[in-house]
Design a protein around this ligand. Structure first.
Ligand SMILES: Nc1ncnc2c1ncn2[C@@H]1O[C@H](COP(=O)(O)OP(=O)(O)OP(=O)(O)O)[C@@H](O)[C@H]1O
Ligand SMILES: Cc1ncsc1CCO
Ligand SMILES: [Mg+2]
Length: 259
């Protein structure tokens, strides 16, 4: 889907959110024309997944007792035919690595969205990080392709250069918008935005469409404001008004295919 389709369909995105950024994530989903809902209560997962169009699992503040909950949530989504997007925050930290290993083994994930260091963990490539941030350097195209092949999921690697790969088809969007990395939660918001854009179909094209919409909104925001506090609000405003036609033009000009 493109952003016009998202506004028409208004998909309900169910997010198992961390406790740091749910307000920003919910607002992002709302302004693009989709419908946000957050829950961490297993007793209502069946009912919520039944009405959801996509399920996003963010493990940013996961606790041990919740590992089984996210596995259960991903299985319910799979059984009901709803796409699952995983945001594996700081996955290289041992407790998190163990939780995600269990989720991949016993649950089901369609798309993994993370920064370069997080995606490198799935590809078994060394990449420097500092907690939630990727700080290293590496071949992000190769990393995304390897991670897709290792997991069977579509990979959405974000950063200066965004990369989307299913292991065979790979597309990149290399546009530097420094202010996007100053707001904590832009990655979390992007993961849930991807949920909205793949609600009807899990495809590389739909993931690229979500990432391009987000990045172009960021670029337009930096033409208006140059500081993080104002940028955060302006990013939401630009996501609210962005047109599918201008995103398509941005994709035509800036997305490269590496097949
Ligand atoms: N230097 C950069 N230039 C351009 N875009 C960037 C840059 N850094 C991040 N982004 C964009 O910011 C958004 C969030 O990606 P990022 O890789 O920072 O996620 P993250 O590390 O998971 O963030 P968070 O943990 O704060 O949610 C994406 O749309 C990505 O394209
Ligand atoms: C700062 C932080 N800590 C755990 S989750 C999170 C938000 C970024 O994903
Ligand atoms: Mg993140």
């Amino acid at each position: 889907m493109n952003v016009a389709d998202v506004r028409k369909k208004s998909p309900l995105v169910l997010t198992y959110a961390n406790f740091v950024t749910p307000q920003f994530v919910a607002n992002t989903i709302n302004v693009i024309g989709a419908s946000p809902l957050m829950s961490r209560e297993p007793k209502e997962f069946e009912d919520l997944v039944a009405i959801a169009d996509a399920v996003v699992i963010n493990t940013g503040t996961l606790q041990e007792k919740e590992i089984n909950h996210i596995i259960q949530l991903s299985q319910i989504a799979y059984d009901m035919g709803k796409p699952v997007i995983l945001d594996p925050v700081a996955v290289s930290v041992p407790f998190r690595a163990n939780a995600i290993t269990q989720l991949l083994k016993n649950g089901h994930v369609d798309i993994i969205r993370g920064n370069a260091a997080e995606i490198a963990w799935f590809a078994q490539v060394t990449f420097d990080s500092q907690g939630i941030d990727a700080t290293g350097d590496g071949d992000v195209v190769k990393i995304a392709q390897k991670a897709a092949q290792a997991t069977g999921a579509i990979i959405a690697l974000s950063g200066t250069c965004d990369v989307v790969s299913d292991g065979q088809h790979t597309q990149t969007l290399d546009v530097n918008i420094q202010l996007l990395s100053t707001i904590v939660g832009t990655g979390d918001a992007l993961s849930s935005t991807i949920g909205a854009f793949v609600a009807t179909d899990v495809t590389v094209e739909n993931v690229v469409s979500a990432m391009a919409t987000f990045k172009l909104a960021g670029q337009k925001a930096t033409n208006i404001v140059q500081t993080p506090g104002n940028f955060s609000g302006q990013l939401l405003d630009q996501l609210f008004v962005i047109k599918a036609t201008e995103v398509q033009q941005f994709i035509n000009e800036s997305v490269k295919k590496h097949d």
